[in-house]
Design a protein around this ligand. Sequence first.
Ligand code: ZN
Length: 269
Amino acid sequence: MQWENLTSLDFEKYVKQCGGVGIIPVGALEAHCSHLPLGTDTFNAHATVCAAAEREAAIVFPAYPSGIDVDTAHLPGGMALQLDLVFALLENICDEMARNGLKKIILYTGHGGNRYYLPQFVQMLPAKRKPYVVYYADVNLFPNADEVLDADEYGHAGEAETSIMLHLAPELVKMEQMPSKPFTNLKRNAKLAEVGAYSQVDWYAQYPHMYVGDASKSTAEKGKLIFDYAVEALVKLIRAVKEDHITPALVREFNERIDQPSSPDFWTS
Ligand SMILES: [Zn+2]
């Protein structure tokens, strides 16, 4: 159920019905080559989460474009928000969700650039002693793409993402504006990547055009196959979170123990 569609009266009832589970679809506003809309990741994340929540009840926070996105600041239309603000805003929203009864919060991203940010956000929570649990959905955005797609190299604005957008919102896809040739990984960081060195221009070194592979063979049918598979995975995750009674108890225990650190009994008995 979409948060913004509920009345205040219905909200309270629905929180109970869905076991206090809320989901934030985290995206970005960023260039997706020359043929996909800037809100592609936000759009995809929101659609995936809404479809999953129809099958396994949860309250879906409105489409949220405020992720980490500095990688595309060299291209028009991106929104590179201040990092401290991005973390603070998400924390504020989680606090407010919990205050409204959603004590289990799932973060689902449609934007690859959030892959370090969201786990780091979760990692910082113990120090803040939050009375709620946040689960990062560490799932593949294009889980069955290898079986569905023609291209070996896909990803940002490539065959997978273009197909999904053709399925979800074909009116926003401008196939005629697609580059006439595929763009492959430039591998300008290859020597560093070989030895495990990661720099702040890691992505720019590989895909400065924000285009991965060849999207010319994209179809709505392929997009539907990938989208449905991703929804299925998220349904399982929501169900597991709903049934999870261990983590909330552990969070409570941990929050109490960090006030007075003590040796565990099994060390001494
Ligand atoms: Zn994207």
